[in-house]
Design a protein around this ligand. Structure first.
Ligand code: ADP
Ligand code: MG
Length: 327
């Protein structure tokens, strides 16, 4: 099997033989690290890098780049249920372009203001364009959502709709601009994903959720992280996948399903809920006004980590594993 980014992290950067500091509550392997902040609160910390030609196309508008770089970090905080608080920005620029920087920084502070987050530091260097952000957020003690507590029988939920972002990207990769409102919507979902911050905080506060992850690399890959860390399997009901009408109109049901399962960068949340909390959770989410869908259930780990069903019947489908930088 080809080595991927997770093999590298596991082999070189997972400090299994080291004795961790007592104030590190969760280390490498989840959406954020968690450390003790004070007797009542924990701190969630995450870092994400965006590199030109890897995470974004060279012609991206600086406003879109700034928005998305912040949004994908806030999405990792949301996956832990943390309230965003501080951000550091490491920016590498090929040259000084004041127009570019003015647009970038205006959009950057717009999204920071929206979520009441402060820029507290960073680094500025010359080189190929890349943006690295470290985001930190606060959680009530022991209220953190994590990947490793899913239990057999939990229902699997996702927020919003899946696959839109990958569909939007496919237009951009073909160098096409939108010719109708559906295409506009899909491209916007790619460039302006909504980090599910309030949803994550609500899920953490209610305590109804056993495990959560944000969907940055596709449902199959990211649910896969929950399954690996929780040592279980899952069934996904394909006919339950939440697909936007715009996605189906533009690509048809079959391609839409592939985008939903394996396309990246939706930045929706996937979370697992024990049966005893299902009704209470759905009531809480209805109050919040965020759309959510139950797409399957956690099972014992079997030969296949994820089984797929359509209309209650097992089906075999081929999915792509999700994005990996080295595969
Ligand atoms: P996400 O997609 O949620 O941002 P990643 O897939 O990028 O998470 O990373 C998986 C886990 O590995 C995270 O806990 C991340 O902090 C950790 N990680 C990634 N690269 C490194 C590294 N070079 N050193 C230590 N930890 C790392
Ligand atoms: Mg994540």
């Amino acid at each position: 099997m080809t080595e991927g980014e997770f093999d590298i992290i596991q082999r070189y950067f997972t400090a299994s033989k080291r004795v961790p500091r007592k104030d590190v509550l969760l280390s490498v392997g989840d959406d954020c690290a968690v450390t003790e902040l004070n007797p009542n609160q924990h701190l969630a910390i995450t870092t994400d890098t965006m590199v030109e030609n890897v995470h974004f196309l060279p012609n991206i508008r600086p406003a879109d780049l700034a928005y998305k770089a912040v949004a994908c970090n806030l999405s990792d905080l949301a996956a832990m249920g943390a309230e965003p608080a501080w951000i550091s920005l490491a920016l590498t620029l090929p040259k000084i372009d004041h127009d570019w920087l003015a647009e970038f920084s205006e959009s950057f502070f717009d999204i920071l203001d929206h979520y009441n987050v402060d820029l507290i530091g960073g680094d500025t260097t010359k080189g190929p364009l890349s943006v690295t952000i470290t985001a930190q957020g606060i959680m009530a003690k022991n209220k953190c959502l994590c990947r490793h507590h899913a239990k057999v029988g939990d229902w699997i939920y996702v927020s919003g709709t899946l696959g839109d972002s990958a569909a939007g990207l496919s237009f951009l990769l073909q160098g096409k601009s939108a010719v109708n409102s559906a295409q506009e919507y899909l491209i916007r979902r790619h460039l302006h994903p909504t980090p599910r911050v309030l949803l994550g905080m609500e899920l953490a506060m209610t305590g109804f959720v056993n495990a959560a992850v944000d969907i940055s690399d596709g449902l199959v890959a990211d649910l896969g992280h929950i399954l690996t860390r929780s040592q279980c399997g899952a069934v996904i009901e394909l006919d339950k996948l939440p697909l936007s009408p715009q996605l189906i109109d533009e690509f048809g049901a079959e391609q839409a399903e592939q985008f939903a399962l394996s396309g990246g960068e939706d930045y929706e949340l996937c979370f697992t809920v024990p049966d005893s909390h299902k009704a209470k959770l759905e009531k809480a989410l209805a109050h919040l006004g965020i759309s959510y869908t139950c797409v399957g259930q956690i099972r014992h780990a079997g030969k296949k980590r994820i089984q797929f069903q359509r209309n209650g019947q097992p089906v075999e489908i081929v999915t792509h594993g999700g994005f990996d930088h080295f595969k």
